[in-house]
Design a protein around this ligand. Structure first.
Ligand code: 2P0
Length: 332
């Protein structure tokens, strides 16, 4: 049997309605549905080669062979496909992360979406995108949403079969995102551990769930009506509520740093001056600003006045996963 190859590009995404907590740690079933915006600026390219002459999987990230503890995660993920589709043989996985290390963004969303897409292609499985998103989910929850472009909902579902991503809108209506990298050091508490602690100990958690479901319904309506102000207001409020659950955890924790608060104040003052820009933050101190694409460059200039040494990256709305040709791969 000859080698089978698949190459896929997946973009990262930022949640506007956050995923924060699992109801099933093994199947990666979330406590609440979430909704994200896929970003053009950050992506992962992954090549999967099924090689019958090899007996163990190997994993290269940015041309560097990864240690066994990293490769184990890849093997466990590909085993899901091996089991369901009776696939044979070891794989070589080669990934290139186009997520600037200074951006302070997690790459697990684009990484597992690209890996799922590349396996699908290499093994000629013809898995349709919604079902493919349930596989991506098993690598990392946020990867579920990176299968599609634009605004994407991850429906919490009732089981592993229907906890999947659904495209909501291509977001082709003057939308952009600014990433303000406050601190790009590895965080002390991983998002996986942080959400687990919050679910287990925060008395605010039940209120978060109720509130997130309401926010989601209202956000979908705002998207349908292309109501940017409402979209932004819900985004900012939902992110703040997620962070509030962490202050209620035992022990309490927060990913914020003084500069995060400085950024929040700056964005609020820009809003007072008539710009529609809204903050969201994830499991780290970095700040993402949802804004109008047409105002992005001006806003960057304004932010640079106060954050001269921080990296500020602009992103367009990103597309769904796509296959890459061997030539595109070689040109990387
Ligand atoms: C999100 N985050 O919706 C939320 C908001 C961080 C804050 O998804 O354990 O890496 O692999 O499912 O997806 C980050 O957590 O966690 C995340 P796992 P993941 O984007």
């Amino acid at each position: 049997m000859s080698k089978q190859i698949g190459i896929c590009r997946a973009h990262t995404n930022i949640a506007l309605i956050k995923y924060w907590g699992k109801r099933d740690e093994v199947l990666f079933l979330p406590m609440n549905s979430s909704l994200s915006l896929t970003l053009a600026a950050f992506y992962t390219d992954t090549k999967v080669t099924f090689d019958p002459s090899q007996t163990i999987d190997s994993f290269f990230l940015n041309n560097k062979k990864q240690a066994p503890q990293e490769t184990i995660k890849i093997t466990a993920f590909i085993d899901l496909f091996r089991q369901n589709y009776s696939l044979k043989g070891a794989v070589k996985v080669e990934s290139h992360n186009h997520v600037p290390t200074a951006a302070g963004l997690a790459s697990s969303a684009s990484a597992f979406a690209a890996l799922a897409g590349a396996v699908n292609q290499a093994a000629h499985l013809n898995i349709e995108p919604t079902l493919l998103s349930t596989y991506a989910r098993r690598g990392s929850g946020s990867a579920t949403r990176s299968i599609f472009g634009g605004f994407v909902e991850w429906q919490k579902g009732t089981s592993s079969a229907d906890s999947c991503a659904v495209p909501i809108d291509d977001a082709d209506w003057d939308i952009g995102m600014i990433i303000l990298a406050i601190n790009t050091q590895k965080k002390e508490l991983s998002s996986r551990a942080g959400m687990k602690l919050t679910v287990a100990t925060s008395p605010f958690y039940p209120a978060w769930i109720t509130s997130a479901e309401k926010d989601l319904a209202e956000m979908k309506q705002a998207i349908q009506q292309q109501d940017f102000q409402k979209l932004g207001e819900i985004t900012e409020a939902n992110g703040m509520k997620m962070h509030a659950t962490m202050l209620g955890a035992n022990p309490p924790f927060s990913y914020w740093e003084p500069d995060s608060i400085r950024a929040i104040k700056k964005v609020k003052s820009l809003r007072k001056n008539g710009f529609m820009c809204y903050i969201t933050m994830d499991a780290g101190p970095n700040v993402k600003i949802l804004c109008k694409h047409s105002e992005m460059k001006f806003l960057k200039k304004e932010l640079e006045k106060e954050f001269a040494s921080e990296q500020i990256i602009l992103s367009d709305v990103g597309p769904a996963i796509r296959s890459l040709s061997e030539k595109e791969w070689l040109d990387l």
